[in-house]
Design a protein. Structure first.
Length: 138
């Protein structure tokens, strides 16, 4: 046998011995319970009713009790919009001359769609649903 075949066989044997030797021994004591997985995550979904501000701007205000001073100080807020609730577009975004952005205050999120290109407004950008994901900080 040449040296490469011997080395290959040696490493295969060492691998099997390591795997099987690591599985032996008594089971250790139960560890402490961990934190609940999603206790600090909240979601909210709603239909959108747009208010026309002018020919190029629409606005929607979403009121939610989930946005508190604690969330604003230490948490995260992710906002998405959809027309069918199966595919979501995370905000802010810019597409086809339309800027869609948001800002939030305690108790509310405001979404604005701005037709930055001008011209007639494409109503397909007036999404029907909002989803808000709120993650509390520690």
């Amino acid at each position: 046998m040449d040296i490469m075949k011997i080395l290959k066989l040696f490493f295969i044997i060492i691998g099997f011995v390591t795997i099987f030797a690591a599985c032996e021994g008594p089971e250790g004591p139960q560890g402490p319970s961990g934190k609940d997985g999603n206790a600090n995550v909240k979601t909210d979904t709603a239909s959108i009713t747009w208010a026309k501000i002018d020919d190029n701007i629409y606005k929607f205000v979403f009121n939610t009790t989930f946005i508190t001073q604690d969330i604003l100080s230490k948490g995260s807020i992710i906002v998405s919009v959809s027309n069918d609730k199966s595919s979501w577009i995370q905000l802010p975004t810019y597409a086809g001359g339309y800027a869609i952005y948001y800002w939030f205050n305690i108790g509310s999120i405001t979404i604005t769609i701005n037709n930055t290109a001008g011209g007639s407004f494409d109503n397909s950008f007036l999404y029907k649903y909002i989803k808000v994901l709120i993650i509390a900080g520690d």
